[in-house]
Write a protein that binds this ligand. Structure first.
Ligand code: FMN
Length: 176
């Protein structure tokens, strides 16, 4: 049986939760990326990395891609989490942005809907998101032609669901 490591980058906990669900189902080891190095990578056959989307980029992917370049024979699986409800077009665009030609591509890429956690977010990111939400609201024209009042208190939302990891689990069970 092949050895599997699930490792992740997570700021507000969504990606970590998905990583835990995957590791529990597969019986894999799990680590935050901060505790992973090339030596760690060398003791596994299948590496599953999860990172959140920030402005369409997978957090910490640059570091992971360097390891992928150094160990191309290992099986690499990557998943991203984000607040955007997914369809095929969205997932393809995220793949195009994060894995352009001439970069290391994983054997499989998955996207899992997560949510937004304002309570665990730093001040900077909280302000950034609220600003962005207000700007988007201002662009919406109503029937009466007036712009709606932008929301003052955006709420945290948790849309994580273990159902989303099923295709990834299926792939890992075959590869093992
Ligand atoms: C500054 C900022 C930018 C974000 N950009 C995106 C984005 O481009 N697309 C998306 O779907 N979600 C975006 N999100 C939502 C996060 O990807 C989502 O909350 C993620 O699951 C957080 O993961 P974590 O809890 O593991 O840190 C953004 C969140 C923040 C704070």
């Amino acid at each position: 049986m092949k050895k599997v490591l699930v490792f992740y980058k997570s700021k507000t906990g969504f990606t970590e939760r998905y990583a835990r669900w995957i590791a529990e189902e597969i019986g894999a080891d799990i680590l935050p990326i901060e505790k992973v190095n090339l030596e760690t990578i060398d003791s596994y056959d299948i590496l599953v990395f999860g990172g959140p989307l920030f402005a369409s980029r997978i957090s910490a992917l640059d570091k992971v891609q360097k390891w992928m370049e150094k160990r191309p024979k290992k099986t690499w699986v990557i998943f991203a989490t984000g607040a955007t409800p997914s369809d095929d077009g969205f997932v393809k665009s995220i793949e195009r942005i994060n894995f352009p030609p001439d970069t290391q591509k994983p054997a499989r890429f998955y996207y899992f809907l997560s949510g937004i956690n304002f309570e665990k977010m730093g001040w900077f990111n909280r302000t950034l998101i609220k600003l962005f939400a207000r700007m988007s609201q201002k662009n919406i024209k109503t029937d009466s032609g007036t712009a709606p009042v932008p929301p003052r208190d955006l709420r945290s939302v948790d849309l994580c669901d273990p159902i989303y990891i099923e295709p990834l689990l299926k792939y890992l069970r075959i590869k093992r």
